[in-house]
Design a protein around this ligand. Structure first.
Ligand code: DGJ
Length: 308
């Protein structure tokens, strides 16, 4: 049984603040692997860090799995590169990392970056950047369905937020499944997350307020193509998602569904509480989120037992 706080500054096994900003999490085998933006020195690219954990409390530093390359590289030190997410491709056996790759200290490039590795801890080799049909892509997320199909979620400022279906090798986009704006909102939601429980898809996202927090939203659908419900908050209105920006929702194992992530009944919410003046020391909000029967609800706990 692992006790977590509602808000944490996690340290790794080396005693350093774990660089889990813009975190992506997947379970590969018996272990969860988390990928984060290194933000010790501000917002420009300092590599993608990987940590492993069995309980989301103790974090083993697995090193920098996507390093910074030369000044002129698309993964060079002047770039903004955010939200690393990794999927394991069933067809090729490769681990594929997706990133929000942007410009030199600006957000004008707006592409999806793709890197591949042979294990969860890489190293990952950067391949290329993608803009499906020229659509901008900033914040991203990933989802793998129970049939093994992979999806990228991608915020495209002019059009909304897309769910893109990936090719069998997970290296390109083959379908723009859906593109949604928020309910009574000028854009799609950023920091997108999709989880599935018992045949229903739950899509989460944050309004666009820079590093500031807002009331994050969710919608549901019986199929990724839709129809999608209206978007509604999943925390009390005005709480600004307990001062966090949703980042990832992790299905946790339980007694009946075991490791089956698509029929989980317990979920861990992880959100960034950004500190723009000291990004590397930004805290994470970690809370149990109830997802059931078309509803999602996040309640505050100073501390709680995550059952792991
Ligand atoms: C919100 C995004 O979700 C973050 O990843 C980051 O790009 C900030 N905006 C920067 O203002």
């Amino acid at each position: 049984m692992a006790t977590m706080n509602g808000v944490n500054l996690f340290h790794d096994n080396m005693g350093e603040v774990a660089q889990l900003h813009g975190i992506g999490v997947q379970r590969f085998g018996d272990t969860w692997y988390a990928y984060g933006e290194v933000k010790f020195n501000g917002n420009l690219f300092q590599g993608v860090a990987c940590y492993s954990t069995n309980d989301f409390v103790d974090w083993t530093n697995e090193g920098i799995v996507l390093p910074v390359e030369g000044d002129d590289s698309i993964v060079g030190p002047k770039r903004i590169i955010e939200r690393p997410k990794v999927l394991h491709c069933p067809a090729t056996g490769k681990y594929v990392m997706y990133l929000h790759v942007d410009g030199e200290n600006n957000y004008s490039y707006a592409h999806i970056g793709v890197a591949v590795g042979d294990s969860p801890t890489g190293g990952f080799t950067f391949l290329n950047t993608i803009q499906h049909r020229g659509y901008e892509s900033r914040d991203i997320g990933v989802f793998q369905d129970e049939d093994g199909t992979g999806y990228i979620l991608s915020e495209d400022r002019p059009h909304g937020t897309h769910i893109y279906r990936l090719s069998d090798d997970y290296l390109s986009i083959v379908e723009d499944v859906v593109c949604l704006k928020g309910t009574n909102y000028w854009a799609g939601y950023e920091s997108p997350i999709v989880v599935k429980r018992d045949g229903t898809y739950y899509w989460f996202g944050s309004q666009l307020t820079g590093w500031d927090c807002n009331d994050n939203m969710f919608a549901t659908a019986p199929d990724l193509h839709g129809p999608w419900s209206e978007w509604t908050p999943f925390t009390p209105e005005g709480s600004k998602t307990y001062e966090s920006q949703c980042d990832i929702i992790v299905p946790l194992p339980n007694e009946t569904a075991g490791e089956d992530q698509w029929h989980a009944s317990r979920f861990l919410y992880i959100g960034d509480r950004w500190n723009p003046k000291d990004l590397g020391n930004s805290e994470l909000v970690t809370l149990p989120i109830e997802i059931e029967g078309g509803n999602a609800k996040l309640a505050w706990h100073d501390s709680w037992d995550n059952g792991l």
